[in-house]
Ligand binder design. Structure first.
Ligand code: NAD
Length: 486
């Protein structure tokens, strides 16, 4: 309703009925606290994947508009940086409340533009909400260190200061969560930001930006620009932007990392994945079948932590699992995200791909080498835990992995020796809460400091180290009547 009207220019969501559509509104830019229409002549349709209806039109931000967004962020920085840490944090305390109040409208936008089920869309918002909650308590992450008496009467201490104008570049698969991975951490630590949502589904990011304004963000602290590669390159090349957070594909991330670092910026880039589940012969059968089905086919496999490769260890293990996996997969219903239990023929123009199970897969096959990013589980077989570890560790990606076993020693060896940054033990999608950081490794990440948690706060701050000597001063000099006494 109202949130959508402000940032999209027309009512297209009622919160109750997400099917009622009237025209395709233009998505606004947020510059200096105002939602403004772009003057561009290049527009891209935002399309509902279930129906092919045009939900809205997204502009390719013009160079002048982009410069205005950066200028607004730069102008807002000194006052925002000087705002007390708890005052900044309270904006996020308020924002988490507003997100809860608008949960259904946000989820409806995610489903409409991205296609996932409403339950998954609520999860998309909720996992982002947890970062907002974390940002509301950012104080401890901004603390420095101190050592008294590094020399007689001399102390050294470090303080963490924000960087200035930062930027966030988002993918299409989590339209609410990923913007919320970025701007709360950047802003709570005292930076300002220019955010670029995915050009495929910018609606949820716009609502979140609007809610952040309502929560009390001063004008210009958060700005939103739109577009595809041209806008990304403008971010990477702009000298006033000091740091870039990116989430997306390998091709996008490698480009952003190389060009952004080349321009002297800090970059954290979360990229693609091929997440392996290793199934030991002693795993709990029913629980493992359920975990693999949900993790491989849920949200159409469009999660960067989806399980896309299952490695069955030992002779006969895959034969035991394949019929149960197939039966479970056949039981899944494919349909529009907002409809419980409605079949595909209801939306003949939609984009549909049923759950797909591939057996007999070997590591040289394209279906194993590529990130399919769809509801596809490729099944491989090896004869030992060591061979499973070799396979997982030889894959270029290192985002997430899981082992299914009932033996603690097996789990411990796996957790210790696997060359992957997030590990599940009998947990298929081990995404950590934001108290931790999101720690993809190797081909799934470029940069050093990762998103959220302490590392997230470190990414958006730099350390200043002060060494101070006050030893030549007699404290009594400053007290009238005491000077010279004693
Ligand atoms: P994408 O790389 O196509 O797009 C991401 C963003 O980068 C968009 O804003 C897009 O405009 C921009 N972009 C893409 N290619 C570019 C280029 N060559 N030059 C300049 N800008 C470019 O990714 P997507 O398809 O939207 O998202 C899906 C991908 O994201 C999958 O590979 C998935 O694994 C990955 N992903 C990773 C994580 C993670 O945390 N590791 C999380 C979510 C998604």
């Amino acid at each position: 309703g109202r949130v959508a009207q402000r940032c999209l220019g027309a009512s297209f969501l009622s919160g109750q009925s997400i099917r009622a559509m009237s025209g395709a509104p233009d998505v606004k830019l947020l510059i200096g606290g105002e939602f403004v229409s772009s003057k561009t002549d290049t527009w891209q349709d935002v399309v509902c994947p279930a129906t092919q209806e045009v939900v809205s039109r997204v502009p390719e931000t013009t160079p002048a508009e982009f410069q205005a967004a950066v200028d607004a962020a730069k102008a807002a920085f000194p006052a925002w940086r000087a705002t007390a840490v708890p005052t900044r944090a309270r904006v996020f305390l308020k924002l988490q409340q507003l997100i809860r109040e608008n949960m259904e409208e946000l989820a409806a936008s995610v489903t409409r533009e991205q296609g996932k089920t409403l339950a998954d869309a609520r999860g998309d918002v909720f996992r982002g909400l947890e970062v907002v909650e974390y940002a509301a308590g950012i104080g401890p992450d901004m603390m420095g260190e101190m050592l008294e008496n590094v020399s007689t009467g001399i102390d050294t201490y470090s303080i963490r200061q924000p960087l200035g104008v930062t930027a966030g570049i988002c993918p299409f698969n989590f339209p609410a969560m990923i913007p919320l991975w970025m701007f709360p951490m950047a802003l709570a630590t005292g930076n300002t930001m220019v955010l670029k949502p995915s050009e495929k589904d910018p609606g949820a990011a716009m609502m979140l930006a609007d809610l952040a304004q309502q929560a009390g963000l001063p004008k210009g602290v958060l700005n939103v620009v739109h577009g595809a590669h041209g806008t990304v390159n403008a971010i990477l090349d702009h000298p006033d932007i000091k740091a870039v957070a990116f989430v997306g594909s390998d091709a996008g991330g490698e480009h952003v990392y190389a060009r952004g670092c080349g321009a002297g910026k800090r970059v954290q880039a979360n990229m693609g994945a091929k997440n392996h589940a290793v199934v030991m012969p002693d795993a709990n059968f029913e629980a493992t079948v359920a975990a693999l089905t949900g993790a491989a086919f849920g949200a159409a496999g469009q999660r960067c932590m989806a399980i896309s490769a299952a490695v069955f260890v030992g002779r006969g293990t895959l034969e035991r699992y394949a019929p149960a996996l197939e039966a479970k997969a056949r039981g899944l219903r494919v349909g529009a995200g907002w409809e419980a239990g409605v079949d595909v023929p209801a939306h003949p123009r939609g984009n549909w791909l049923g759950p797909t199970l591939l057996t007999g897969v070997t590591p040289d096959m394209e279906c194993y080498r590529e990130e399919i990013f769809g509801p596809v589980l490729v099944c491989l077989e090896v004869d030992s835990l060591e061979a499973a570890l070799d396979l997982v560790n030889a894959n270029p990606h290192g985002n997430g992995t899981a082992v299914f076993t009932s033996h603690g020693a097996t789990a411990r060896k796996f957790q210790s020796e696997v060359d992957v940054g997030m590990v599940g033990v009998n947990i298929p999608i081990p995404v950590p809460l934001p108290y931790f950081s999101f720690t993809g490794w190797r081909g799934s990440f470029r940069g050093d400091l990762q998103m959220m948690g302490k590392m997230g706060a470190q990414f958006f701050t730099r350390t200043k180290t002060v060494t101070a000597s006050w030893r030549d001063h007699d404290p009594n000099d400053a007290i009238p009547g005491l000077a010279g006494v004693g």
